[in-house]
Design a protein around this ligand. Structure first.
Ligand SMILES: NC(=O)C1=CN([C@@H]2O[C@H](COP(=O)(O)OP(=O)(O)OC[C@H]3O[C@@H](n4cnc5c(N)ncnc54)[C@H](OP(=O)(O)O)[C@@H]3O)[C@@H](O)[C@H]2O)C=CC1
Ligand SMILES: Cc1cn([C@H]2C[C@H](O)[C@@H](COP(=O)(O)OP(=O)(O)O[C@H]3O[C@@H](C)C(=O)[C@@H](O)[C@H]3O)O2)c(=O)[nH]c1=O
Length: 293
């Protein structure tokens, strides 16, 4: 099976590269491209790359993920999150390749009182969320052989994320305040990569259950609870000398350029039923917290 991975240096992309390079995936011929090798907003380059390599599966892990910056940089966010996936999906469809695309909980308003299922009404509240929604719709409308994986609160050893931010500011000061009224689920980038690989394998079978899927870690927490867990582990694993007690605050006490959903919880029943993939316990990714320093 030939797989093209875009955004290869990101949190999810780098995990995909690690898992698809040899090991149990020796039957995979991988072409992994970062932004410098393939800018997904360059339509001609996308077409040339896909026509030349002729993958069976394209996994798009490239995205514009700076949620606050996107509010002032709408054009670039749109190019990467909307037009990039569109070009990839169209080019993949021309050679009958599968398109696997990663999306986000931020396509929802966050007003629902229960975890979101795939068919719930979307209503993004930020430029990032709007452009990601446009990207998933472009994929769905142009390539019938698609999987769209919506996930949330991604963290990994590589790249920028909330875990690394907390560990950095925890070394600088101890008065840390984190919102306690936004709920969701942290998701380890390695678990997302495993899920995307499972989707790629499944795409080679007949009667593939194409569509949108939710996949996140378990259990659900607030950002405050997540931050406190990180500091508890950092202290227990002697990664920080002080045991930091995080102050819970409300969203209104932490103004940001982009509005975040209060409820980011994703219901992951469909992926369990259709693909046999189960929400992973994100706490298992903290066995060695030093890996995030
Ligand atoms: N991070 C999170 O919390 C969440 C992420 N997601 C989604 O998961 C997917 C993976 O996210 P994640 O790994 O965290 O993202 P990262 O920001 O870690 O990685 C994205 C990668 O895309 C690259 N990229 C940006 N613009 C382009 C371009 N024009 N052409 C090619 N590559 C480009 C970036 O390169 P460079 O660094 O050079 O800009 C970066 O390496 C994305 O679709 C994201 O929307 C979903 C939910 C939560
Ligand atoms: C750093 C910090 C953040 N916060 C708040 C702000 C925000 O509401 C929440 C998370 O902060 P961040 O800005 O790190 O996270 P954010 O960039 O909003 O994370 C999102 O990224 C995109 C790419 C996604 O797709 C989402 O699933 C989600 O993971 O915590 C605090 O309350 N205190 C702090 O010290």
């Amino acid at each position: 099976m030939k797989i093209l991975v875009t955004g290869a240096k990101g949190q999810v992309g780098s995990q995909l590269v690690e898992k698809l390079s040899g090991g149990i995936n020796t039957h995979v011929e991988l072409l992994a491209v970062d932004r410098h090798l393939l800018d997904i907003t360059d339509e001609l380059a996308v077409n040339a790359c896909i026509e030349r390599f002729r993958p069976d599966v394209v996994i798009n892990a490239a995205a514009y993920t700076a949620v606050d910056r996107a509010e002032q940089d709408e054009l670039n966010a749109k190019r990467v999150n909307h037009l990039g996936p569109l070009y990839l999906a169209v080019a993949a469809n021309k050679i009958k390749a599968t398109m696997i695309h990663v999306s986000t909980d931020y396509v929802f308003s966050g007003d629902a009182k229960v975890p979101y299922i795939e068919s719930d009404t979307v209503d993004p509240q930020s430029v990032y969320g709007e452009t990601k929604l446009a990207g998933e719709q472009a994929v769905i409308n142009t390539n019938p052989q698609h999987f769209v994986l919506r996930t949330s609160w991604v963290f990994g050893e590589t790249g920028a994320n909330f875990v690394k931010t907390m560990l950095r500011i925890g070394r600088e000061r101890s008065d840390i305040r984190v919102v306690c009224d936004q709920f969701g689920s942290p998701t380890y980038a390695g678990d997302i990569a495993d899920t995307l690989i499972a989707m790629a394998k499944r795409s080679m079978e007949h009667e593939c259950p194409w569509g949108i899927y939710h996949f996140s870690g378990s259990p659900y927490v607030s950002w405050h609870e997540f931050a406190q867990y990180i500091f508890d582990e950092a202290y227990a694993q002697r990664c920080l000398n002080t045991h930091i007690k995080v102050k819970p605050i409300t969203t209104s006490e932490y103004p940001t350029a982009a509005k975040r959903p209060l409820n980011s919880r994703l219901n992951c029943t469909k992926i369990a039923t259709n693909l046999g993939v189960y929400a992973s316990d994100w706490r298992l990714a903290f066995k060695d917290i030093k890996a995030y320093l």
